[in-house]
Design a protein around this ligand. Structure first.
Ligand code: ATP
Ligand code: MG
Length: 414
């Protein structure tokens, strides 16, 4: 019987894993210098947590959640995103009593029952960050410049930072009214989902991916024209801070994001090389969520980077980051095999990545393996070398070679 992973769910293994680890390391380093600390929330939560925060009429909640009933009859969902679990953790553990701001990052798998296609999977990984306790747009700008730095460090440039403000509880109702009146005589042109959204959550029509809906909404009122003065000032300051921090950006007034919890700032980082699924990171402010989860009224903002899309961008830019051993010890004969093994052990104890050949294999096949591993050096040990106490070394990149005392090998690599 041959088994396969579930549809839309992929294994991650060498050599790709090196790229994943590289990204995770660079991200953790950058987040750390911005004062973010890692948080590890569970992968499963009460279904309610996602329904209440993401919103009942969003695609994620309506169509995409992996939900089941456990043996105790509880409704449980595999997390479709990372913000709600972090907010739940923040409130449950009274982390708001710590000095503000509190800044966290996370990395891990998310689950959404979507139609698998390029850049869209049922299990996918996100690296995200959340900052609690600052209402002013400075932190929005900091977060965007942190993302910019992350992509730069990874060697990615041609990215577009799109920003928008979707208002607050003061101005949203007015905008909602404007949308309702705009769509009221255009309902025939909308998809069945959007006719329902029209009644329940008209803002969601702006996020619909159906072509006819995109056409119908072309001249819809713009949220940026309906902001209250506080939201307008907030957005204006953010834009000037982005200039200050040299984060190239464009305003996209159509970007409302697919989650209901956002207020004010929303943003997406897109890259044309990704094709249809071109968003590599996305996020926004969620000033009401902590309170909705039973905490005090604490503003917050966060984002998530889609790992698979980032990995595919790095791969197409030629980045491989495949690690290679410092040395490969080729051995000829029984005694050399043992000496080689002992030498490998001493090198490994010093943190030097060492591979060894096995005596059953010819020198030629051992050299081939060293080459395939891209080992930096090959050491060759045979009976002759043991007798003389010296061994041959060869540097594979330029073919240079020489001899060193077996007792000096450790020092040679240190
Ligand atoms: P999209 O518009 O592409 O569906 P989204 O708005 O649903 O994205 P978010 O919930 O904001 O995405 O997630 C942030 C990032 O996570 C996305 O920009 C994307 O890079 C990645 N992502 C989201 N869903 C998937 C998925 N099913 N497979 C792979 N990556 C995903
Ligand atoms: Mg989506």
């Amino acid at each position: 019987m041959k088994y396969n992973a579930l549809k839309g769910i992929h294994d991650i293994y060498p050599p790709d894993i090196s790229l994943w680890q590289h990204i995770e390391k660079v991200a953790a380093d950058i987040f750390t210098v911005f004062g973010f600390q890692e948080i590890r929330a569970p992968i499963i939560e009460s279904t309610d947590i996602f329904v209440r925060s993401i919103g009942e009429t969003t695609d994620i909640v309506e169509k995409e959640m992996y939900t089941f009933t456990d043996k105790g009859g509880r409704r449980i969902t595999l997390r479709p995103e990372g913000t709600a679990p972090v907010v739940r953790c923040y409130v449950e553990n009274y982390l708001y009593n710590l000095p503000s701001p509190q800044k966290y990052f996370y990395a891990g798998p998310m689950f959404r029952y979507e139609r698998p296609q390029a850049g869209r999977f049922r299990q996918f990984f996100q690296i995200g960050a959340e900052a609690f306790g600052v209402a002013e747009p400075k932190i929005d700008a900091e977060i965007l410049s942190m993302l910019k730095l992350l992509f730069e460090r990874l060697g990615l440039r041609e990215l577009c930072f799109q920003v928008n403000s979707i208002g607050c509880e003061q101005c949203r109702p007015g905008y909602r009214k404007a949308l309702v009146s705009f769509f009221s005589d255009k309902l025939e042109g909308l998809c069945p989902d959007c006719t329902r959204r029209y009644e329940l959550n008209p803002l969601r029509i702006l996020d619909c991916k159906v072509d006819s809906c995109k056409r119908v909404r072309q001249d819809a009122p713009r949220v940026t024209e309906h902001l209250c003065s506080d939201c307008e000032n907030h957005f204006g300051s953010l834009l000037s801070l982005l200039e200050l921090l040299e984060v190239p950006h464009s305003i996209n007034p159509d970007m409302v994001r697919g989650l209901d919890y956002y207020t004010r700032t929303t943003f997406e980082v897109t890259c044309e090389h990704l094709g249809a699924q071109n968003a590599v990171a996305a996020g926004g402010r969620y000033d009401r969520l902590v309170q909705e989860f039973g905490g005090p009224p604490i503003p917050a903002i966060g984002f998530a980077v889609g790992m698979e899309r980032l990995v595919s961008l790095l791969k197409s830019s030629g980045e491989q980051n495949i690690p290679a051993p410092r040395t490969f010890i080729a051995v000829l004969g029984e005694d050399a095999g043992k000496q080689g093994l002992a030498l490998a052990n001493r090198l490994r104890e010093q943190g030097i990545w060492t591979e060894i050949g096995y005596t059953g294999n010819s020198l030629k096949s051992q050299m081939r393996r060293a080459d395939r591993l891209s080992a930096e050096y090959v050491l060759i040990i045979g009976d002759e070398e043991i007798a003389s106490g010296n061994c041959k070394w060869k540097k594979l990149s330029d073919g240079s070679q020489g001899e060193i005392a077996l007792s000096g090998v450790l020092a040679f690599f240190q």
